[in-house]
Design a protein around this ligand. Structure first.
Ligand code: HEM
Length: 255
């Protein structure tokens, strides 16, 4: 699979390097082909392939799947949805940011994070773990613990309003020194995309049962894909939304 993947990336690189407008492009492949190390050297094709693989498997799949869950959750919680639409039209983002945190708490797309004991032994609570043992942390069980999140089964974004999550309790991105390096980027991306969706279309609520989990290999997705019935919003509403653009740190110009 890796050989097939490398061959695809090699074809894309060949095509891109022949592009006479390469320096006018802003896609990630074009940016990497033009980037230089401090000593002026280029990234090798292998390095570019590795970076793209990270973006695709670690970055794209996880973020897209979390957004699918956001749609699935919002359609089943019309009061939350209404608040988000109102806020997006007014140019705010506080409720939306809290909602994304709650989607990630209640529907973490990655099940587990693992660590191996490298020291002679490691003390964890009442256990002593010998060298070489692997410890798996269940993200879902931590997020579902009443002692950590009261009323844990409820979908309640207000628990994150005005409060940043404790990063050893809210762990959809893992934790510690190996915590996901794309976390801030992913949350910014989800925020922009969700805002765009809320402004562009009316998401129809549903009384259908909650979707089940379905493993897509990397991430756990809504079994029916989080499909939604949407209606395009009127030009008047969309215009009003554009007049109240909210700026996100480091975000590109809002669509
Ligand atoms: C909602 C989106 C995402 C979720 C839920 C997610 C989740 C995770 C998790 C659970 C880990 C393991 C952390 C640990 O062991 O403690 C991880 C690691 C990682 N993620 Fe993400 N991730 C997301 C987005 C991204 C993005 C956008 C990128 C890149 C742009 C990215 C790149 C990485 C990398 C490179 C690692 C390995 C870090 C290391 O081992 O030091 N992730 N991610």
């Amino acid at each position: 699979m890796r050989r097939e993947y490398d061959a695809i990336v090699e074809r894309l690189i060949t095509k891109a390097t022949r592009d006479t407008d390469l320096d006018g492009r802003d896609d990630i492949l074009a940016l990497m082909l033009q980037s230089r190390y401090d000593d002026g050297s280029e990234m090798s094709h292998r390095e570019i392939a590795d970076q793209l693989l990270t973006l695709l498997t670690a970055g794209h799949e996880t973020t897209a799947t979390t957004l699918a869950w956001a749609i699935e959750r919002l359609r089943r919680h019309p009061a939350v949805l209404d608040r988000l639409v109102e806020e997006a039209d007014a140019g705010g983002s506080t409720q939306r940011e809290a909602t994304i945190l709650e989607v990630q708490r209640t529907r973490p797309v990655i099940d587990l994070v693992g660590r191996q004991v490298k020291a002679e032994s490691c003390h964890l609570g009442r256990w002593t773990l010998p060298k070489g043992y692997t410890v798996l942390v269940s993200i879902d069980l931590v997020h579902d613990a009443e002692s950590v999140f009261p009323n844990a089964r409820a979908f309640d974004p207000s628990r994150f309003l005005g409060a940043r999550p404790d990063l050893y309790q809210w762990i959809p991105f893992g934790g510690g020194t190996r915590r996901c390096l794309g976390a801030a980027f992913a949350n910014m991306e989800m925020n922009v995309i969700l805002r765009t969706i809320l402004r562009a279309v009316t998401l129809l609520p549903t009384k259908e049962r909650d979707e089940r989990w379905h493993s897509r290999g990397v991430a756990n997705a809504p079994a029916k894909g989080g499909r939604a019935v949407v209606h395009r919003r009127t030009a008047r509403v969309a215009r009003a939304g554009r007049e109240h653009q909210c700026e996100l740190p480091g975000s590109p110009a809002a669509p």
